[in-house]
Design a protein around this ligand. Structure first.
Ligand code: FAD
Length: 507
């Protein structure tokens, strides 16, 4: 009988434990052994509190009880991200986890809206045709309706949670299901002399761990893929110049929003993430344009409750490893790359990598000779994810009107990737935006930022003309009223959580 494939995960942050939990859930224990090594001495990055709706699918895959998970991680609901002062000072728009309008006549909603606007009709702003945004504006939350004809079914939700508590939650989940956990620091890595495959890890204690497949979840260190297998780093700093963050939790105060807030600043932007027990805050900035001292001062001045600690400095660079799978090693999480947390994408990228790894998992029979087609496909999928996120993040910087502010002048005038230039000009010319059936940031996400930061199409899709203009006017009015009246009837976010999670939320 073939021996089980020995999978060794190095790192016990969100990446390591998400990977261990999913593998333990799906792979047969008689065919796969899963070990995770983590170092208490090194610790984890300790941030990463805002997520995207895909995380619910991940938790559902594990069979996690949602209310229990929310209690244990002090989670709140998230319906989108509010961007303040991004296009111009005073602007406020929301990137919602939901759609805009309805696709009448098979034509995307934005074309109808632009047509009516160009015809001189009195219209509500584009943002007011999203149900998720209407809920955010009221600090309201309810689960989406399962009746797909209802306007209340047109959104999804994610969570804000305490990153440390989420990793502990997954750790106990995974270890109860057969994942072997070893506490220790990997000090030496043994490779096969010819192939370069990783064979053994030696801990500081002298203990040796052998494996067939290694998952590098060592965070920014990228100990296996980067340091040992020497996979190059591709720097994207020319497009995303922020390279520092100061993070600080504060007492819960101010609005209990069902959304993350991102407020643009002279040298970057400040995040605000409401949890049940505290609020997470951070200033992401570019060290070329702002000093650490000024960033600290601005961050502490922006808190809406008393700081609970000294701000913690994190240094990073935007980019990724040119390959995320090489030989018998796959990097997941920060070990594979990092793009600033502007759209809460890192945990999603972990999830996507873990799911792709499961789909392409080598069999125990193939130990020592992994099919290169699996590796190539994994790397292809990873490239798509990273590049889509990159373009979407750059758009936020590019479309700004903060003339005379050095960081913002730089990002408004810098050369951008051709793929992004094409997307912006297609929108400006005809109102079309990318639509992907899978993955991240499709039509409505692009629309929220493009309209939200003041871009406007010159023309709309001619197919929209098939709807008589008077009908269109009536439909727009009815839709706007239906969104508002339904959203008015929702529960408040804080009441919903108090009821759903029980007494722990009111502490
Ligand atoms: P880490 O948490 O750094 O874990 C690395 C692990 O490797 C640790 O357990 C460490 O002990 C172990 N390790 C390292 N070296 C060794 C060794 N030699 N031997 C043994 N063990 C070792 N993501 C989001 O999705 N949403 C957000 O809102 C968000 N905000 C962020 C804000 C900032 C400022 C930053 C920097 C990141 C943010 N992220 C966010 C990203 C998110 O924090 C990470 O993607 C996530 O925490 C996963 O990290 P990780 O597990 O890859 O690395």
């Amino acid at each position: 009988m073939t021996s089980p494939l020995r999978i060794v995960i190095v790192g016990g942050g969100s990446a390591g434990w998400m990977c261990a939990a999913a593998l333990a859930r799906v792979l047969h224990p008689a065919r796969y052994n899963i070990t995770l090594i983590e170092s208490d001495e090194i610790g984890t990055v300790g941030v990463g509190e805002a997520t995207l709706p895909h995380i619910k699918t991940f938790n559902d895959l594990l069979g996690i009880d949602e209310a229990q998970f929310m209690r244990d991680t002090q989670a709140t609901f998230k319906l989108g991200i509010e961007f303040r002062n991004w296009g111009r000072t005073g602007d406020r728009y929301i990137h919602p986890f939901g759609v805009f309008g309805e696709p009448w006549g098979g034509v995307d909603f934005q074309h109808h809206w632009v047509r009516a606007k160009q015809a001189g009709h009195e219209l509500a702003p584009f943002q007011e045709y999203s149900y998720a945004i209407a809920a955010c504006r009221r600090n309201a939350f309810e689960f989406p309706n399962t009746d797909t004809k209802s306007i209340r079914s047109t959104y999804a939700y994610a969570y804000h949670f305490d990153a440390g508590l989420y990793a502990s939650f997954l750790r106990s989940w995974a270890t109860q299901r057969g994942v072997r956990r070893i506490e220790g620091q990997v000090a030496n890595i043994g490779q096969h002399a010819q192939s370069g495959d990783i064979e053994t890890l030696t801990l500081k204690s002298g203990e040796k761990i052998a494996g067939d497949l290694f998952v590098d979840c060592t965070g920014f260190r990228s100990l296996l893929l980067g340091t040992t297998l020497k996979v190059q780093w591709e720097d994207w700093n020319q497009w995303l110049p922020c390279d520092r963050a100061l993070a600080v939790p504060c007492d819960r105060a101010g609005e209990f929003t069902p959304y993350t807030r991102s407020t643009s600043q002279t040298g970057g932007w400040i995040w605000r993430i409401p949890l049940q027990h505290r609020t997470g805050n951070g200033y992401v900035f570019s060290s070329r344009f702002l000093s650490e001292d000024l960033a600290r001062e601005r961050l502490l001045g922006a808190l809406d409750g008393a700081a609970r600690a000294e701000p913690k400095l994190l240094k990073f660079s935007a980019g990724r490893r040119v390959r995320t799978w090489k030989n018998n090693c796959i990097a997941v999480g920060l070990a594979s790359g990092f793009l600033e947390p502007l759209e809460s994408t890192s945990i999603f990228l972990i999830q996507a990598a873990v799911i792709d790894l499961l789909r392409l998992m080598p069999t125990p029979e193939s130990a020592g000779r992994i099919d290169p087609r699996l590796v190539a496909e994994f790397n292809r999928l990873s490239d798509i994810q990273y590049e889509r996120v990159r373009d979407f993040l750059i758009l936020h910087y590019r479309a700004n009107h903060h003339e005379g502010v050095p960081l913002w002048d730089h990002v408004r005038t810098m050369p951008i990737p051709d793929s992004l230039a094409h997307k912006i000009s297609l929108f400006e010319s005809r109102g079309h935006v990318p639509f992907y059936k899978d993955g991240l940031f499709s039509r409505d996400s692009w629309l929220s930022v493009l309209f939200g930061q003041g871009l406007m199409p010159r023309h709309y899709d001619a197919l929209a003309n098939a709807v008589p203009i008077d009908d269109l006017d009536a439909r727009l009015r009815e839709l706007h009223a239906r969104i508002a009246s339904n959203a008015d009837a929702m529960s408040s976010h804080s009441e919903f959580i108090a009821h759903y999670c029980g007494e722990t939320s009111s502490r």
